[in-house]
Design a protein around this ligand. Sequence first.
Ligand SMILES: [Mn+2]
Length: 427
Amino acid sequence: MRIGQHTIEAFNEGEIQEHQRSFSFLKEQLERQGFDVERILTQLAELQIAIPTWALGQGGTRFGRFSIGGQPRNLNEKIADIGLIHQLTQVAGRLSLHIPWDIPSQPEESKKLADNYGLAFDAVNSNTFQDQSDQLHSYKHGSLSHVDEAVRRQAIDHNKEVIDYGKMLGSKSLTVWLADGSNHPGQSNLRTALLNTLDSLRQIYDYMPEDWQLFIEYKPFEPYFYSTVIPDWGTSMYLANALGHRAFTLVDLGHHLPNTNIEQIVSNLITFGKLGGFHFNDSKYADDDVSVGSIKPYQLFLIFSEIVQGMANNIGHNPAIAYMIDASHNIKDPILDLIQSLDQIAIAYIKASIIDYKALNEVQLENDSVQAAEILNNAFSFDVRPLLREYRLRNRAPLDAVAFYRQQNIRKLWIEDRGSVVESSGL
Ligand SMILES: [Mn+2]
């Protein structure tokens, strides 16, 4: 679905005067503090977040699904949903595919369709945490780490197949989230599981084209509750280092124990040049997958502050970070939840861009922690939404994407088109 430009312009018409007043006030304030507003607007265009194709299906709780109707029924309809999200927000110019939930049956057509929406294919994701009906060996006791070489071989071959699909679509990276682990002490030989995993990953790494990157995601617990084979960033980075210069760690916000200092992990990885991917969500209790910025917006701001500083002074030659939303919309309309998440990401990024880093470095040298807090709070306390709206306006998007989607009643249009009871592949 593509929204006609006149519809967006008509929507913006009613808000434009109020917007112009608040934007020029913000611009003046920021420029007085020495910030280059035009530069921030340009940088915002480079912040493109991948939307995973599994994020658009029916939502629910972790135990049940409740259809809202009109969900995309196949890959091309998912591309259309993501195209709409990008048209409305201008910060979702990537999509991330999950195999086997979304096997491209006509890759050329899907690629062309994505291209028409201004979308590029980001990392492809493999799945060895579920058994598929047509597979020979079960992953009940692991995949890349399994004690049986035949099971490991099957999991390696699956990852190679995912790379092949990615090549057809123009992807340049593979994300491996390895769900292997154990539920009971003594169940698994921890050393053997790790070494088997390294050996399996090496075969996948060697299969990747020269210009591809491998992202290794970690998680301390879940789905297994005693051990996971790649529980933390240290293990992930060890594996990435052992594999070579095209392997990186992937940080998922929800994959940490409570109160972990994630911004420091981000800072360390960028310093070592090993932060490849970043998955956004938020959490209150564990890996709750709730909307980005809904629980800990200050943490998100601090993470972006490390990214902005680290990438501006990139001593470790860290590559451009592949961003993706990896959350569950639960009972919300998935498109609205994704738009809200994108808004929060953009807002945190803008706020991190208006930290006076020069002054911060100076007060750090003076050990002046009070002034350091003043500098951070000054940036965080700004209402930077007018800047985001200005970015949208200049890129012919609605000033307020959530309000626009609701006013246009787009979900209703999709229910008319696709039906009210729809099955969508994914979790
Ligand atoms: Mn993730």
